[in-house]
Every structure is written in structure tokens, then in C-alpha cells.
Design a protein around this ligand. Structure first.
Ligand code: BGC
Length: 762
């Protein structure tokens, strides 16, 4: 029997090898017949507006239609191989996508000699962003707060399905950046500040997108695109696409690990960081793209630029004297496809002449084109160039909506609950107020029906705002909404107006509870840059005025990054962070407020208290220095409002009996750790057990602690459970000053909750 099984495995592996070599052979055959024009065309990606009907290449007219002349020029004459995005940043119906992509494919397939289908790419980052009717999940940061990677997997499975239902096979997701800076405008697109969480959730998304068997020819899977390689959010200024200075060992230790894991899982494509590290724009960095990504991490897939980033080597970063030189630098540094996405004629002509004049080798071009052709073959685009929405009955289905609701309900994080004020039972009189209380836009964040998310209320009317969900739960005669302050229409996302604070205060006096919904309007990338991390002063004003009524206030935070609320937080009876929970977030929140759902989310980032103390939880000991003589108070201590990993429950979990199987371990051993948790309350609940380690002394200053594993478990009222972890000693490694991973001999501390154990590694 055993031998039969081995024979079976052998046959499977032969079959796979055959399949792979078949594709490689096909790639070689196609490549042999291609001209240089055809090759550089394949390396070019253009924006849909460039070939859609409309006034110019930057904007199109509605309804979306392909323009014959423009498309013929790009796809047939210039042989462009890829198209991205939507028109004018607006979501389209699946039917429109089907027609659009079918039209483009017919140019590529029927009117060119090589008949190579185009590959269409899109940003579908928490659901299928640019498709009307798609299921919008919580954003990645919210998903991470569930501490349950299954939610990331579900989101990716649904998103792959609905993206394919929109005829699109390639998704620029997941974001594997480390979201360690609350000032950065894209922290909400990440899984937060911890490398292990980013790695586990990122991996779950790759599997969800590409399928458990990593078969992207399957019409329910898409090719994933990990982004943005690498170190994108670790900038000095906190602003998008500004300089970062990151030593190699720090890059390896925190930023590269999640990409490494996703590559092992077979992620097909990668997008490069639009910024610069140590003065080198990453799009010009041969070391990062070739030495690290290709040679060290073994990535075989397509390397794509981010938006206009080759052009920026000349225009913005000044490392190339001309556009032509910019192309030469980027392609020689390892770029396979350029998201041009407008001036494609220049890109194609320049790249062609660079090859003809020997400045870019034909081998480099062939290498890039092979990877692109292989991706197209793996997606089976030659046989199925366009998937048809009519074959996707589950698009926007109840089944998909339920998964989005589940994710939101497991993510929402209870941060404060004085005197167990929550849940709110019975039928109290509730005043809902604040700028985030009655719209779908702020619940979803950016990348929802449009890039900046400003159109959400036009598309998501059928879902509930916070006010609507609370009204549905507590009855319309008991619930009122008055905004107090609001985001200014058509202005920068952060501008606000005072509307009717006095009216809110008057109504508050007649209410039993105030549900104050504060946070941020939607933004991403450069438009989301921030000068002041404090929550807008008008929002603080509303909170302060309401607190004077003496009525209990439940603060709902609806934001993409932790804005500072230290001045108003003490005035709140309860604080609930919903982050950006998507179209079903308000329903999940109402269920938590009423006690139907017991909250179980935990912060995937450190919630800072002060603007000059912005540190992830894995800071170095010198961040906290106390004066031994006690004569002075030192400023600069780590003073968080709420710690990473923090979140309350309606249950009361008591930890006890932390044990480790022995005291001393060799490098090749596993450490077995156990802890007991009792639910000492009358409510069933979920608890996330977090295992941390601290290296006590090391050749470079160790982090105060690092998350090594976590498990989210259900514990019934009165029940006790034992949770076990098996931690390979090798996972205690860090990258030393020579950028080599090492576990150094010495003492380590393991901790779970408030319990610790010291062990020795030989
Ligand atoms: C963003 C990417 C995105 C690309 C395509 C860029 O500006 O940085 O994350 O995938 O646009 O829309």
C-alpha cells in the first residue's frame, strides 16, 4: 500500500513536471517567432482611459466604450500586452467589463500576427474595487484585527471569484508592506505593524487568490501581485513616496520576510516600491530586484513597476538624465513590465532603440517576455481570454456578504468599557452623532468603487450606515442622528465644517447614550498625506461639548490609521475601533453594541498617545530610559494609548499555568509551551492567545519582544482550555550586522499574557 502511494506521488510529480515543462516549451516556441516590437509591446502596460472613448488619454466618457482608432494604435500597431484600471476611477458593471475586455482581446487576438491575449490587471484590494455590485470586505488592517487568517483567505477567495466575474484575471493585491507608521496614508492597506501577522495573513491571501492548488487557469482564481517590494511604508517623513533609510539587516528582519513566505507559496507577480531606499529609487535597484528578489528569494514571476515609476527616475528622483536613460536603468535593474501607463509610444520606442544600440541586452528582454508569456499561459488566457459574468452566479451573493460580515464581526475591537457599559441592552434612547455616523464612504475607506473612495455612497446605498444599523437594532423611535460636524464636500479629505454642535448637545440631554462616530474621511497615497496626526479639532470639540452633558459616550473610531485622541479619550465611557470594516461593518458593530456578538478583535498596531512617541511594540530598550537617580523625568518613554495586541471582550479570560517542556534547547529543537485559559464569565467568547519572545542579550540590541505565534480559540462560559504552541528554536533568529540570520546562544524570555518563562538556547 505504502509503495502504491509513493508510486502515486511519483506519477503526480512527473505529471506536474511535464505540465511545467510544457508551458516553458510553449513560451520558447512563441518567443522564437516574436519580433523585437512584439517583445517590447508585451512589456508595456497602459491605462484603460488611453484606449477608451473620450476627450484624451487621461479621461474617458460614459458609458465606457473602447475607441477603435486608439485601441488599434496601442494593441495592434504598438503591440501593447497589458491594460489596467478603470475609466475615470469609477466602478463598472460586470457586463460592461465583459464587453470592454472582450473588445480589447479581439484586437489582440484577431488583428495581430502573434495573437497573444492581453493581460488585464486591477486593484481589487478588499473586494473587487472597480465592479458595481461586488462584495466589499473590511480593509486589510481591519482583517488583521480579527487575528484569524481565515478571514483574509475568505476575502481573497470571494475577491478572486468576483474579479473573474468582472472578466479580470490579475489582481494587484495583497499589500505585504509593514504598516508600522500611523502617519503613513496607506497603513490601512496593510496587515499592521507585525511581520508575522503580515506574513500569515499575506500567505492566506495568496492561497485565496491563486487557489489551494495554485492553479490560476481555474476560472475562479486570479494571479496575485504582492506589493510594494520592499520597505515602502518605512519612510522618514511619514508621507507617501518619500525617502526611506533602511539597513540591509532591518530590511531582511522585518520587511522581506512576508514576501519570502508569499514567494514560497507561489505568488505569481510582484510590484515594486514607488519610493527610494538609502537614496536609490527601488525601480533602479539591481541589488534588490536581482540579487535579493531573484537570486536570494528565488522569485520566478513577473516584476511590475508601480504607476509611472520609470518616468519618475528622471522626473522626480533625478537618477536618470533622460527618459531614455530611466528606461535603461529600470529594465537593466530587473523590471519586466512597465505600468507606463499613458505615454506608451515613448516607452516602446525608447526601449526598442536601447536594445538596438546594445544598451539593454536582448537576453534581458527575452527573460522579461518569457515571464510575461508564462503568466498568460498559466492563466490559460490563450484558450480563455475573457471570463463571462453569466457564469458567476455567486457574484455579490448572500454567501459572499456573510463572509464579509463575519470578518467585520471578528475584527471590531473593544478598547475601553468602563463599568461594563457595553453591551447596551433593552431599548434605550440613543443619539448617534459625528461625521462618520451616517455614510458608507468612511466605513469602506479608499479603493472602494473608486481610487479615493469618494463615490461609495452612490454605489452602496443598499447597505447600512452606523446610524441605520443601530436604528434597525434599537428601533427608529429610539434612535436619532445629528452629525454635529461633517467632512467638507469636494474638498481635501481632511477638511471639516461645523454644522450643528449645539443641536447635538440639546438632543444628547434627552438621550440615554451617545454613540459618537469619529475618525477620518477616505484617502490613499499622496492625497492622504498628513501634517497632523491629531484627530481634527472640530471632532474633539464635538466630543468635549458632549461630555459636558454628563451622558455616557460610546466612542466609535472609524479610521484608516490611529489618529490621536488622548485629549478626549478620558471623557469616553467606552471606545470601539471599527477601523474600515466595509459594507457590513455597521451591522457587525450594532451586533456588538447590543451583545449579539461578543467582540474579539485585537489591535494589529500600537495605538499611540502622543505625536512624538510613534513606535511599534518591538522597539529597542533604549526607547525607555529612566533616570536612575530619579531627579528628572525623561520625556520620550513609550506611552501608548493602547498596546499592540490589545482588545477587550464581554467575557473575562483568566490565564494560568504557563509551562515550557524544558529549560535548555538546541538549535534544531522545538520549544513546547502550554498555557491554561478560563472563561470566568457567563458569556461565551473568543480569545487570541499571543506568544512573545524576548532575546535577553544579543550582538545587536534585541527588540524588547517579538510575536512568535498566536491562536484564536473559542471558550465557553465557565470552561477552561489548554493552548499549546510548538515553536522551532530557529524562529528565534534575527538578522545580525552582516545580514545573516542567527540564533545566538543565551537566555530568552517567553511570555503569554502576564506570564513569563526563561529558557536557555545552546
Ligand atoms: C499604487 C499601487 C496600485 C497602482 C495601480 C499606484 O499608484 O501605488 O498600489 O496598484 O497605482 O493602480
Amino acid at each position: 500500500m505504502k509503495y502504491l502511494f509513493i508510486l502515486f506521488l511519483f506519477l503526480i510529480s512527473c505529471n506536474q513536471t511535464k505540465e511545467f515543462s510544457d508551458i516553458d516549451k510553449e513560451v520558447d516556441d512563441i518567443l522564437k517567432s516574436m519580433t523585437l516590437d512584439e517583445k517590447v509591446g508585451q512589456m508595456t502596460q497602459i491605462n484603460l482611459t488611453v484606449i477608451a472613448k473620450g476627450p484624451n488619454k487621461w479621461s474617458s466618457s460614459f458609458p465606457l466604450e473602447i475607441d477603435h482608432k486608439k485601441t488599434k494604435k496601442a494593441i495592434v500597431d504598438y503591440k501593447v500586452g497589458s491594460v489596467l484600471n478603470t475609466i475615470n476611477n469609477t466602478a463598472q458593471k460586470p457586463k460592461v467589463w465583459f464587453k470592454t475586455i472582450s473588445d480589447i482581446q479581439s484586437y489582440a487576438i484577431d488583428s495581430t500576427k502573434m495573437k497573444i491575449p492581453i493581460i488585464y490587471g486591477i486593484d481589487a484590494i478588499h473586494g473587487t474595487t472597480y465592479t458595481d455590485g461586488a462584495t466589499m470586505f473590511p480593509q486589510q488592517i481591519t482583517t488583521a484585527a480579527s487575528w484569524n487568517p481565515e478571514n483574509a483567505y475568505n476575502m481573497a477567495v470571494v475577491c478572486a471569484y468576483e474579479t473573474r466575474a468582472s472578466s479580470i484575471p490579475w489582481n494587484f493585491s495583497p499589500v505585504l508592506d509593514l504598516g508600522l507608521d500611523p502617519r503613513f496614508p496607506r497603513q490601512f492597506e496593510t496587515f499592521g505593524e507585525d511581520p508575522l501577522i503580515v506574513e500569515r495573513f499575506g500567505d492566506a491571501m495568496i492561497k485565496g487568490y491563486q487557489g489551494d492548488k495554485n492553479d490560476i487557469s481555474n476560472k475562479y482564481n486570479v494571479a496575485a501581485c504582492m506589493k510594494h517590494f520592499v520597505g515602502y511604508q518605512a519612510v522618514i517623513s511619514g508621507k507617501d513616496r518619500t525617502p526611506a533609510y533602511i539597513p540591509d539587516n532591518v530590511l531582511s528582519e522585518y520587511h522581506i520576510e512576508p514576501f519570502k513566505k508569499a514567494i514560497e507559496s507561489g505568488a505569481k507577480t510582484i510590484m515594486i516600491n514607488s519610493g527610494l531606499i538609502n537614496g536609490v529609487p527601488v525601480h533602479a535597484d539591481y541589488n534588490l530586484m536581482i540579487n535579493v528578489l531573484r537570486n536570494k528569494l528565488g522569485f520566478q514571476g513577473v516584476i511590475l513597476t508601480d504607476w509611472e515609476d520609470i518616468r519618475k527616475l528622471h522626473d522626480r528622483d533625478k537618477v536618470a538624465k533622460t527618459q531614455r536613460e530611466a528606461i535603461k536603468i529600470a529594465i537593466n535593474a530587473g523590471i519586466d513590465m512597465s505600468m507606463v501607463p499613458y505615454e506608451y509610444e515613448h516607452f516602446i520606442k525608447n526601449l526598442k532603440s536601447l536594445v538596438e544600440e546594445g544598451e539593454v541586452s536582448i537576453e534581458r528582454i527575452d527573460d522579461a517576455v518569457k515571464r510575461i508569456l508564462k503568466l498568460k499561459l498559466e492563466l490559460d488566457l490563450f484558450n480563455n481570454p475573457v471570463t463571462n459574468y453569466e457564469e458567476y452566479d455567486d457574484f455579490g451573493s448572500k454567501k459572499h456578504h456573510e463572509l464579509a460580515y463575519k470578518s467585520a464581526s471578528e475584527s471590531i475591537t473593544l478598547l475601553k468599557n468602563n463599568d461594563d457599559i457595553l453591551p447596551l441592552k433593552g431599548k434605550p434612547r440613543i443619539l448617534v452623532t459625528g461625521p462618520n455616523g451616517n455614510n458608507m464612504r468612511t466605513l469602506n475607506g479608499a479603493w472602494t468603487y473608486s481610487w479615493q473612495g469618494e463615490l461609495t455612497d452612490d454605489f452602496a446605498g443598499e447597505y447600512n450606515t452606523i446610524y441605520e444599523s443601530i436604528r434597525n437594532t434599537y428601533g427608529s423611535s429610539n434612535v436619532k442622528y445629528i452629525p454635529g460636524v461633517s467632512y467638507r464636500k469636494g474638498a481635501n479629505y481632511y477638511e471639516m465644517d461645523e454644522i450643528d454642535i449645539q443641536k447635538v448637545v440639546n438632543e444628547a440631554r434627552r438621550s440615554d447614550y451617545i454613540i459618537l462616530c469619529l475618525g477620518e474621511n477616505t484617502y490613499t497615497e499622496k492625497p492622504g498625506d498628513l501634517n497632523d496626526l491629531n484627530i481634527h479639532r472640530l471632532q474633539s470639540k464635538l466630543a468635549i461639548e458632549l461630555s459636558k452633558t454628563g451622558k455616557p459616550i460610546i466612542l466609535i473610531l472609524n479610521l484608516g490609521r490611529p489618529r490621536l485622541i488622548s485629549d478626549i479619550e478620558p471623557l469616553m465611557s467606552a471606545v470601539v475601533n471599527v477601523y474600515l470594516p466595509g459594507n457590513f461593518g455597521a451591522d457587525a458593530l450594532a451586533d456588538i453594541l447590543s451583545g449579539k456578538v461578543n467582540p474579539s478583535g485585537k489591535l494589529p498596531y500600537t495605538y499611540p498617545a502622543y505625536p512624538n512617541s510613534l513606535l511599534p511594540y518591538y522597539y529597542k530598550p533604549s526607547e525607555v530610559q529612566n533616570n536612575a537617580q530619579g531627579a528628572y523625568n525623561y520625556v520620550g518613554e513609550v506611552n501608548n494609548l493602547y498596546d499592540f495586541g490589545y482588545g477587550l471582550s464581554y467575557s473575562d479570560f483568566k490565564y494560568s499555568k504557563l509551562s515550557v517542556n524544558k529549560d535548555t534547547f538546541n538549535i534544531d529543537e522545538n520549544i513546547n509551551i502550554e498555557v491554561s485559559i478560563t472563561n470566568d464569565s457567563d458569556v461565551d467568547g473568543y480569545e487570541t492567545v499571543q506568544l512573545y519572545s524576548s532575546d535577553l542579550y544579543a550582538s545587536i540590541t534585541p527588540d524588547v519582544k517579538r510575536l512568535r505565534d498566536f491562536k484564536k480559540i473559542h471558550i465557553k462560559s465557565g470552561e477552561a482550555k489548554t493552548v499549546s504552541f510548538s515553536l522551532p528554536v530557529s524562529e528565534l533568529e534575527f538578522y545580525n550586522i552582516n545580514n545573516s540570520p542567527v540564533v545566538e546562544e543565551g537566555k530568552f524570555k517567553l511570555s503569554i499574557n502576564t506570564f513569563t518563562k526563561e529558557i536557555y538556547i545552546k
